[in-house]
Write a protein that binds this ligand. Structure first.
Ligand SMILES: Nc1ncnc2c1ncn2[C@@H]1O[C@H](COP(=O)(O)OP(=O)(O)O)[C@@H](O)[C@H]1O
Ligand SMILES: CC(=O)OP(=O)(O)O
Ligand SMILES: [Mg+2]
Length: 448
């Protein structure tokens, strides 16, 4: 029986699920075989839509083709299919699970008991330095961190609960966005506030998008044929949530997000960094509980406004940065210019932190990978540092995981990395499963 891994990435505006099987020809291989990828995007800009891609099957199927989605042995692609009124990550996951089970072209999923592992991207993992098999304790610990990642942790937990209900045989493993940043030194992760209170309440910079940054480090090191241990890059993960990361010798030295994913760059509905006193001038109710607080997640009006009612949405009415880049209205041009300005601030700061020894500036995430106008503006903004864009390469980027978009002969390279958080997690499963199996960890939760 094939061992199936479902890799689930609950972002703030999307849910991406990749289906893998462990290699049957080489059981020791750490590279899982991709079977299909499903993504529901636009959760914050309805109607949500499906993108689905099934790979060509590598072995003939026994049953005759009766797939609802094309001939079963053939690869299959669909994009932009409206999926109705889906606005939560949990509903998006359930919809995708149902879709996958119904796809006759995916015989590996006909028997859901073959789904051996489900890995989950959990944004805030507090002090967890590595992935965890989710049992009752881990589940509740992640829940206590929900207030610190109000757009993410609770949705990820709702998916873990759904897996426990619908796929009771699977082992749930949590991969944390924050773990990659465990290497940030104290003078960078410490906030200049009362240290006793900071320690008691664990108030420090954690940083996020770490699963993506780990993938980027591996992929860029491969692309540049450099060992990870000597790789210095400035990486930008620009999606609905956006962050920058200063990576020295393959490790996180600094990142723009902080105690929560609100700090740093603006995002689809997030303000990014602002003067902390601003919110008390915005509303007198800043400290009151928000109406979206629940027993498992308590947030204030201030957090609600800055996380969910700010960013591109508040400036332009849309959260789609593709539209913002092309619409041409004064509001969209202002939003675009704000983003470029804030990104430039981090690139310049990290360039200095790396002492100018930079292997590449790397763009990734939905906007970083698809937003050619943004890449052009950012790279032109740091031309004085030695980065130059190749307009042709930038406008129609080549196939591949890592692609050069910088001008030949420029002092520093500019790359686009098609990041893949799901693949990073699935590789982790193949690397670590021996350890869990030895420890007899079951990954079953009652669901809180
Ligand atoms: N052609 C495009 N140009 C610029 N931005 C785009 C384009 N297409 C999509 N995007 C942006 O990418 C974002 C999604 O990025 P992604 O990293 O997938 O988000 P998430 O944070 O949900 O994981 C969308 O919100 C949209 O703003
Ligand atoms: C941490 C974060 O903001 O993630 P995303 O961009 O997927 O919402
Ligand atoms: Mg994301």
């Amino acid at each position: 029986m094939p061992e199936i891994i479902l890799s689930i990435n609950a972002g703030s505006s999307s849910v991406k699920v990749s289906v893998y099987k462990a290699s049957t020809t080489d059981p020791s291989s750490r590279n899982p075989v991709l079977l299909a990828e499903a993504q529901i995007e636009g959760l914050t800009a309805p109607p949500a839509t499906l993108k689905y891609e099934r790979q060509k099957q590598d072995s003939p199927l026994d049953s005759p083709s009766h797939s609802f989605a094309g001939k079963s042995k053939e690869p299959f692609k669909i994009k932009g299919k409206k999926v109705g009124d889906i606005t939560s990550q949990e509903d998006a996951f359930k919809w995708i699970l149902d879709w996958l089970k119904k796809d006759d072209g995916l015989p590996e999923l006909q028997d859901i008991e073959d789904i051996r592992y489900t890995c989950h991207r959990v944004v805030h993992g507090g002090d967890y330095p590595r992935s965890q098999v989710v049992d009752e304790d881990t589940y509740h610990h992640i829940e206590t961190l929900s207030d610190l990642a109000p757009l993410h942790n609770a949705p990820a937990l709702s998916i873990i609960r759904a897996v426990t209900k619908h796929l009771p045989h699977a082992t749930n493993v949590a991969y944390f966005d924050s773990s990659f940043h465990a290497t940030i030194p104290p003078h960078i992760h410490t906030y200049p506030i009362d240290q006793e209170i900071a320690k008691t309440n664990q108030l420090r910079k954690y940083g996020f998008h770490g699963i993506s940054y780990k993938f980027i480090v591996n992929a860029v090191a491969d692309h540049l044929s450099k060992p990870k241990s000597s790789l210095n890059i400035i990486a930008l993960h620009l999606g609905s949530g956006a962050s920058a990361c200063c990576i020295k010798a393959g490790q996180s030295l600094d990142t723009s997000m902080g105690l929560t994913p609100l700090a740093g760059l603006p995002g689809a509905t997030r303000s990014g960094s602002i003067d902390p006193s601003l919110v008390f001038h915005f509303t007198h109710e800043a400290g009151m509980p928000s109406s979206s607080s629940s027993t498992s997640m308590r947030i204030t009006r201030a957090e609600e406004i800055l996380n969910k009612q700010s960013g591109w949405k508040s400036l332009t009415g849309t959260t789609d940065f593709g539209e913002i880049s092309s619409r041409g209205t004064p509001e969209c041009e202002l939003a675009f210019a704000i983003f470029v300005d804030r990104v430039l601030g981090y690139v310049a700061s990290y360039f200095v932190k790396l002492g100018g020894e930079v292997d590449a500036l790397v763009f990734s995430g939905g906007i970083g990978e698809r937003g050619f106008r943004l890449r052009k503006s950012v790279v032109e903004g740091v031309r004085c540092l030695g980065f130059e864009i190749d307009e042709k390469r930038n406008e129609s980027i080549e196939e591949g995981v890592v692609v050069d978009v910088g001008k030949e002969g420029a002092r520093f390279r500019t790359l686009v990395c098609r990041t893949d958080e799901q693949l990073q997690m699935a590789r982790g499963v193949l690397e670590e499963r021996g350890r869990w199996e030895e420890a007899g960890e079951s990954g079953k939760v009652g669901g809180g």
